[in-house]
Design a binder for this molecule. Structure first.
Ligand code: ZN
Length: 596
């Protein structure tokens, strides 16, 4: 690890950094727990050790330090993870070090693209305030957006020009980078190459899309004119090295604090809905961009909450997207409620026409997804005929099967049978089977550590000079009697720790499986073991080994006596006496003889 990475690691608080991604709850003097972001689970098995500065999941055995966490969750390389953590902690970056020229180039390009987006955002804002922006300001005012609101969301205006933005940005980056930014378009030439670039967004209200850190990475442009010439009503940045539509939840950067605090996220469809709701004080609101949720978006959301209130447009397309999103969220174990606003209004119009109190009341009246789906089944397949009931049921069955918990499935199936008036035994049986069929996730939490390993690993991981004697006691036993320990699963970790040079025990153990076991041992207890406990443990371990040897020796002696006579057997007597003597010594000191 470079000096810089070391510095960052020392200054970064792993709990704070991880809390930026998932919810953590204090679980002990030095431990925090939360739902693991690396595997699906309903109850927390993910732990963070505040003092040792590492994390470990008892479910999927993922473990590591602050850099491996950020690297894994952001899917970036080690140097990039160091850079991200440094930025989060306000540590200035030195001249960059990258493992490969490609990586360095990629990072440089990302920085340039972010700079371009920042400059473009400021420039669009400027245009909105300028004379050309009048028509856009009028439109925004008509949608109830205040000047303050425009500032909060950095709303801007792209003027009706093919080269105004290009001229503004051309001095900042080469043409290749400008093309990669997604802010420009180019026509394909006769020979298949691309022609000169020109402004992609023209005569549009510009809504910046930010990543979780609040940096602008893309835009949505809303056309001010309709008609073929104006193009689509909403027009997004294309996929770029910065922006992937399926990985971004609009407004999450502003909403995440409120989502944590209120313990649920309000999910709306459009950006305008989201902005409108947020500016009226309901700040835990995020938006998809009018499409169904992707798995990546669900994964991102799960770091912040497991409860979602969905308020999509009531039209048919909206209902389709709602159902898809519900399905995905259900599979991932979310608790979901659905809001349907009366009058067929979208959140933005509802809140403007009826006020924020009415909207808050509607949110409180949100229905459980089971009730919503049953109601929808009844609407789609009305009537009491057996045929309609079968259709309604076939619509519900996959939803029922999708629920991860059996109890919830049972309840859902029961409600469906009742509300759809299903009296047929056959249909009821089908519902019952749907409730049974879902495979529950069985989490393997078997531990491979025995008590000796637990104590010794913790002793060997001691870092404070005050308890150095305890550490040395364990380390000496390991170097003097390696044979006592080599059958243990954590022998490699113990050996590495016994001769360690670096201060951080988690850095010493390179093998990830071994590191996970070490993490497990360190998370089990708050305080390091005392010298006395290590002493006792070593004695106990030795006594156990001797008893084992004695059992083998006695068997061997019996065998010799039978085959070669007692004289041969007696040759082993001396060894036996020595072992028995040592064992009685150990037992006299009060430590031997317990079962392992
Ligand atoms: Zn896990």
């Amino acid at each position: 690890m470079s000096d810089f990475a070391q510095t960052v690691k020392q200054q970064a608080d792993i709990v704070k950094v991880i809390e930026g991604y998932i919810r953590l709850r204090k679980a002990g003097a030095q431990n925090y727990t939360g739902l693991c972001p690396f595997h699906k689970e309903k109850s927390p098995s993910f732990s963070v050790h505040a003092v040792r500065q590492f994390y470990h999941c008892f479910g999927c055995h993922e473990s590591g330090d602050v850099f491996s966490f950020v690297g894994k969750i952001e899917n970036v390389s080690f140097p990039e993870a160091v850079r991200i953590v440094a930025q989060k902690c306000g540590i200035p970056l030195p001249k960059r070090e990258f493992s490969s020229p490609e990586e360095a180039a990629e990072a440089r390009q990302r920085t340039r693209l972010l700079d371009l987006h920042e400059t473009a955002t400021a420039w669009f804002e400027e245009q909105l305030r300028g004379p050309e922006g009048a028509v856009a300001r009028e439109y925004l005012a008509g949608r109830g957006l205040s000047a303050e609101g425009m500032k909060t969301f950095r709303v801007g205006y792209a003027p009706d020009s093919f080269n105004a933005l290009r001229d503004r940005l051309s001095g900042m980056a080469d043409e290749e980078t400008l093309r990669a930014s997604g802010l420009f378009s180019a026509k394909e030439q006769g020979d298949g190459t691309l022609g000169h670039i020109y402004d992609r967004f023209r005569k549009r209200v510009m809504f910046p899309i930010a990543n979780e850190s609040g940096r602008v990475i893309a835009f949505t442009g809303r056309a001010l004119e309709s008609g073929e010439k104006a193009g689509p009503k909403y027009f997004n940045s294309p996929e770029t090295p910065l922006y992937s539509k399926s990985h971004v939840l609009f407004n999450l950067d502003k909403a995440r604090t409120a989502i944590r605090k209120m313990e649920f996220a309000l999910l709306v469809e459009g950006q305008m809905d989201c902005i409108s709701v947020f500016l009226r004080g309901i700040q835990n609101v995020i938006a998809t961009s009018g499409t169904a949720f992707t798995e990546q978006q669900v994964a991102i959301l799960r770091r912040h909450t497991s409860q979602v209130v969905v308020n999509f447009d009531p039209d048919t397309a909206g209902a389709g997207a709602t159902e898809k999103s519900i399905s995905l969220l259900t599979e991932e174990g979310f608790t979901i409620k659905i809001v349907t606003l009366d009058g067929g209004l979208d959140p933005d119009r509802y809140i403007r026409e009826r006020g924020v109190e009415a909207y808050t009341a509607a949110l409180r009246g949100a229905r459980r997804q089971e009730d919503y789906l049953i109601e929808r089944a009844r609407q789609m397949f009305p009537g009491a005929s057996a045929e309609q009931k079968v259709k309604a049921m076939n619509y519900l069955l996959p939803h029922i099967r999708r629920m991860p918990q059996k109890l919830a499935r049972d309840q859902f199936a029961h409600d469906a049978a009742q509300k759809l008036n299903i009296d047929s035994a056959v249909l009821r049986e089908e519902l019952h089977l749907a409730a049974l069929r879902r495979r529950d996730h069985v989490e393997v939490r078997a531990t491979a550590l025995n008590e000796v390993e637990r104590v010794l690993l913790r002793a060997l991981a001691i870092t404070d000079p005050e308890n150095e004697r305890t550490r040395r006691l364990a380390a000496e036993a390991l170097s003097q009697q390696p044979a006592w320990f080599e059958h243990l699963g954590t022998f490699a970790a113990m050996q590495a720790l016994a001769i360690r040079e670096a201060n951080d025990p988690m850095d010493v153990v390179e093998d990830s499986a071994q590191r996970a076991l070490l993490a497990e041992a360190l998370l089990a207890e708050v305080k390091p073991p005392t010298e006395e406990l290590v002493h006792e443990t070593l004695a106990w371990h030795e006594a156990n080994l001797i008893e084992q040897q004695l059992r083998q020796l006695r068997a061997e002696m019996a065998e010799r006596e039978r085959q070669a006579g007692w004289e041969e057997a007696l040759k082993l007597n001396e060894t036996r006496a020595a072992l028995e003597h040592r064992l009685s010594e150990l037992k006299a000191s009060g430590s031997g003889g317990r079962d392992q």
